[in-house]
Write a protein that binds this ligand. Sequence first.
Ligand code: CA
Length: 228
Amino acid sequence: MSTRILVVEDEAPIREMLGFIVEQHGFEAIEAEDYESGLEKVVDPLPDLILLDWMLPGGNGIQFAKKLKSNEFTRNIPVIMLTARGEEDDKIKGLEVGADDYITKPFSPKELMARIKAVLRRVSPTSLDDEVEFNGLKLDPVSHRVSANEESLDMGPTEFKLLHFFMTHPERVYSRERLLDYVWGTNVYVEDRTVDVHIRRLRKAISLHGHDKLIQTVRGSGYRFSVK
Ligand code: CA
């Protein structure tokens, strides 16, 4: 699961440069050139962070950020505003509507990446390619390896994605629908019961040392990854 960054910026050279920089650092860049197409790209699949230009054709960054924050599904996506030098009022307004940070143009690639990483770390300490571990169950997103008490485990790509999602979102209940959106993306046609099939396979794959018990069925609601 690579980290997706949505770049909403109408000036093509800046947008392409932003896309280039983030991809160079191992992120996936999605580009949008105006307000409407920017919002359209927030639905499927959800970006992990949005770089949002202040003035856009069709609407401004404030309206955009407000729209995100008013929707339960997109509320937690971090936003970094791109503002022009000297627009102090804009920065304050941006932070008031829920932007997580802002960058003043022009900026260096180094400054951009530092801001992005700081924001990602703040909102989700494991959203980067960090190894995750619970009770001896270890997952390394970079090498795509999973092990249980140092013994390596085999699983399919979907089970891997599912496990990575669970391990980075522990102690919360997710409905089948929600898991489908997160793991498969909203445009993919998959039935709810497909989730159950993959959960079953995943449990089997991590059962060697009893880690299958970490994936709990919550009756009537869905699934939860929990060490409790
Ligand atoms: Ca602009």
